[in-house]
Design a protein around this ligand. Structure first.
Ligand code: MF3
Ligand code: CO
Ligand code: CO
Length: 288
């Protein structure tokens, strides 16, 4: 079984198309041309390894979350997660990934994602925190994140968190063979936009497997480009980043990583690693 779909590069008379070896169909792509994509289709063995990595990532997230409390620094959370991951025979994917200096991401309040754990970032009442865990187990990645809160928090923050989690599931529920990757963002957008949120556009979900980030990219907003179809054996993340204010963000010039909301508004994120199955989807980043 061919396990890589070839890229979109058959540019014929202005029509973009691609040969899909699974369906044997030459698909016309009538949206904007996108760069060549190679989406890995995982086989049975690889899927089992993805399940194992996903389960461990969920467990590390759960255990690390148990340590969240006022007075705890994000570096303490990082160090716990790092050791726990090693004790399970796995590695923390973020550490040294493109120069990232720590083992997990911790993103507080107006930080959208990629917050760097620090001994001076001490949690206090009113904070909302995303912990993002990615582990590598037997060569495969599991990537998951969720929000934690230090009570008491404002009602607006609670609503943001609830709506962000709900939007992730609304997106995940669209996953099915022959569906479009763009169905996910369309559903998330339809849920969130009427509620007045800003959906971050600069960062997306992503394919995942032997690599931390693979094709396809998974936007969390509606976009007219007709994107690739979902096929059984694809694994990718759904990880909406949602702001109470504008969708616009910027990256810290100082550390090159931390992503902030442009207007200082609050941001929340949830993330699961998902598998396209023969009849729908399976969420891989769950504990048993
Ligand atoms: N875990 C993040 C994601 O969901 C990526 C973090 S990259 C890092 O894609 F280098 F900041 F760790
Ligand atoms: Co991810
Ligand atoms: Co992640």
């Amino acid at each position: 079984m061919a396990d890589w779909l070839p890229p979109l590069r058959n540019h014929v008379h202005g029509i973009w198309s691609r040969w899909d070896p699974r369906s044997g169909i030459q698909e016309a792509i009538d949206g904007l041309a996108v760069t060549g994509k190679m989406i890995h289709i995982k086989n049975k063995t690889e899927i089992q390894k993805m399940r194992d990595a996903g389960r461990l990532a969920a467990e590390v997230l759960h255990e690390t979350g148990q340590r969240v409390a006022a007075g705890v620094s994000t570096l303490e959370l990082n160090n716990f997660a790092h050791k726990f991951t090693l004790s399970r025979g796995a590695r923390s994917a973020p550490l040294n990934y493109r120069g990232f200096p720590r083992s997990i991401c911790t993103s507080i309040n107006n930080v959208v994602c990629h917050g760097i754990p620090d001994k001076n970032d001490v949690l206090k009442p009113g904070d909302i925190l995303n912990i993002d865990i990615t582990v590598i187990l037997n060569g495969f990645h599991g990537d998951t994140s969720r929000m934690f809160v230090i009570e008491p928090i404002p009602e607006q923050a609670r609503r943001l968190i609830q709506d962000t989690e709900k939007s992730m599931f609304v997106g995940i529920e669209t996953i099915q063979p022959d569906g479009r990757i763009s169905d996910i963002g369309a559903a998330i957008d339809d849920f969130l936009s009427p509620r007045g949120y800003g959906i971050v556009r600069d960062l997306t979900g992503h394919g995942i497997g032997r690599n931390f980030h693979e094709d396809p990219s998974v936007p969390h907003y509606r976009q007219s480009m007709i994107t690739e179809r979902m096929r059984p054996g694809m694994t990718f993340t759904v990880e909406p980043m949602v702001n109470t204010g504008t969708f616009e963000v910027y990256t810290s010039q100082e550390d090159g990583w931390t992503v902030f909301t442009k207007d200082g508004s609050l941001s929340a994120q949830f993330e699961h690693t998902c598998l396209v199955t023969d009849h729908g989807y399976e969420i891989l980043t769950v504990m048993e």
